[in-house]
Design a protein around this ligand. Structure first.
Ligand code: AMP
Length: 526
């Protein structure tokens, strides 16, 4: 099918041609005609499928006629992170270059003044993160009753980040007669419930099974001891043909340690996480995209949707704490038909997390050995390490399924949903990292400091992935079916801790002793 058959206007088609797209992707082929017919759309699609253009292109055609009034935007797109919001605004600029649509990007971490000025002039397209939008709404800078097209992007990510109450509030301010486009990479029941509430007889489009990793990504896993992880990473960086790479860590504090360590070893490396000031986040990402920085040590703020053309590698320095995040992280590479490579470093304590990933992606990840390093062994079914005394041994994998609350990337949205004055005061200031609830790897920083001595690394001939895979397949497999079954059964017992965001269930807020009624109802305003 051709773009010209989808019903888009000639100026949009010209911009698509300039961009060099020859054919619509499946989500574009299915969604664009429905959006142009002004139908609601429920799209189950991951980033990397061309999802952004599937709503921006028809929106430009729809909004081409008509004019925005001051403070009354004509369309609204909600994104979970500032980076994604900025990326969508770039798409509007690219595809809307032959139109005179006005656009405003409302994201946290930037001053209000410019954003308010733009709103005052009237905007056709408003792209926002939920917290900042609510702020401006409460200040009276914006009215939402002229919204004709409303887009919720990455709904499942919004759920993870505790944004759903904010979104419900925003939707309650929108006119009933609007067009709603709702996109999510996965459709858990909570997301389905929201979709049912927000959409009116939507066309349902699903372009890829949820959480299926791109076929274009070659994956590998290396099981090492905790103290060997940085050496293992350096070895991979030196032996792989790395053009540019994201290196994912689970904790923000580990990002700084790893970045410094890599810098000392001569790598060209930057860092990206949610506690950095927005100007620095934007600048770092831009420098990475421009090739001025080759490696980016990052948190999951970079895992979803961030589109860096031709990213050659993803390294999971830490095994992600939820299997979905693995899929999103490795999906940064192997995009737009290009080949990518994704490596993960696991320790014996990560046994359960790795098991959860392989169950989700329905395949084993080929194991590779790192030259010069002892390969560790997977832990016991109860989650304890049997890493020959060199791992973090004895720590329960169960206790590791979530990081300490204060250290999770989810701090970013909490920042956005904090009271208005507090948030305004914090503009351009990094969020102070809270003390982790649980004591976190007490020896780790110490070990890290010790390890900063440049380790003499003997370069050894590199083992290719294929060779490693074939060697592994000839080795006896660790743990038989029975072991795996036991591990799975045990996982079924594992109850994850759920963050309630601003929706704290009433029973948790109720005091054991009756209190005066004025104290029993805390504000929803986080
Ligand atoms: P998205 O899923 O929106 O993040 O898009 C992923 C990548 O695919 C982006 O780099 C887009 O520029 C690119 N892309 C989107 N539509 C097309 C298309 N029809 N042909 C080729 N590349 C595309």
């Amino acid at each position: 099918m051709l773009f010209s058959e989808l019903g888009l206007g000639p100026d949009v088609l010209r911009a698509i041609e300039d961009k060099g797209y020859t054919q619509p992707t499946p989500i574009q082929e299915q969604a664009i005609p429905c959006v142009l017919q002004r139908r609601d759309v429920l799209g189950c699609a991951q980033t990397g499928t061309g999802k952004t253009a599937s709503f921006t292109l028809p929106m430009i055609s729809i909004l081409a006629s008509g004019r925005a009034r001051a403070r009354m935007p004509r369309s609204l797109i909600l994104e979970p992170t500032r980076e994604l919001a900025a990326q969508v605004s770039e798409s509007f600029e690219t595809y809307g270059k032959y139109h005179k649509l006005s656009m405003a990007l409302l994201i946290g971490g930037e001053t209000f003044t410019e954003q308010v000025k733009k709103l005052d002039r009237g905007v056709d397209v408003l792209i926002a993160t939920p917290g900042r939008l609510i702020d401006l709404f409460e200040r009276g800078n914006i009215m939402l009753n002229d919204i004709k097209v409303f887009v919720i992007d990455e709904a499942d990510r919004m759920l993870d980040m505790g944004f759903i109450p904010d979104i419900e509030r925003i939707v309650s301010k929108l006119p009933k007669s609007r067009q709603t486009l709702f996109f999510s990479a996965t459709m858990p029941p909570e997301i389905r419930r929201l979709a049912d509430a927000f959409l009116n007889e939507p066309v349902e489009i699903s372009v890829a099974p949820p959480a299926s990793p791109a076929e274009t990504v070659t994956q590998a896993l290396s099981l090492v001891h905790e103290m060997d992880k940085r050496r293992a990473l350096r070895h991979l960086l030196q032996t792989e043909d790395v053009k540019n790479a994201f290196i994912f860590c689970n904790r923000k504090r580990d990002i700084a340690v790893l970045q410094k360590s890599l810098e000392r070893h001569g790598f060209n490396v930057g860092a990206l996480h949610g506690d950095m000031v927005q100007s620095k986040r934007t600048e770092t990402l831009e420098r990475f995209k421009q090739g001025e920085i080759t490696l980016l040590v990052c948190s999951d703020v970079a895992a979803r949707g961030i589109d860096v053309q031709g990213l050659s590698h993803v390294f999971n320095f830490d095994v992600p704490l939820t299997p979905d995040d693995y899929v999103h992280r490795i999906g940064r590479t192997g995009r737009a038909g290009k080949q990518g490579r994704a490596f993960m470093l696991a320790t014996p304590d990560d046994t359960k997390l790795v098991g959860a990933i392989t169950r989700l992606i329905k395949r084993e990840i080929p194991m590779i050995a790192i030259d010069g390093l002892e390969t560790a062994e997977f832990g016991e079914e109860d989650g304890t390490s049997r890493g020959r005394g060199r791992g973090r041994g004895g720590r329960s994998a169960r206790s590791e399924t979530r990081p300490p609350r204060g250290d999770r990337e989810e701090r970013a949205p909490r920042e956005e949903s904090a009271p208005r004055e507090e948030r305004a005061a914090r503009e351009e200031r990094p969020v102070r990292e809270e003390r982790p609830v649980r004591e976190e790897r007490p020896m780790r920083e110490e070990r890290a400091a010790r390890e900063e001595r440049p380790v003499r690394e003997e370069r050894q001939p590199r083992e290719s992935l294929a060779a490693a895979e074939s060697r592994r397949s000839n080795e006896p497999r660790r743990g038989g079916d029975r072991d795996r079954r036991r591990r799975r059964d045990e996982d079924d017992d594992d109850v994850a801790v759920i963050g309630f965001g601003d929706h704290m269930p009433a029973f948790m807020l109720r005091s054991a002793r009756p209190r005066p009624s004025s104290q029993t109802e805390p504000s929803q305003e986080g």
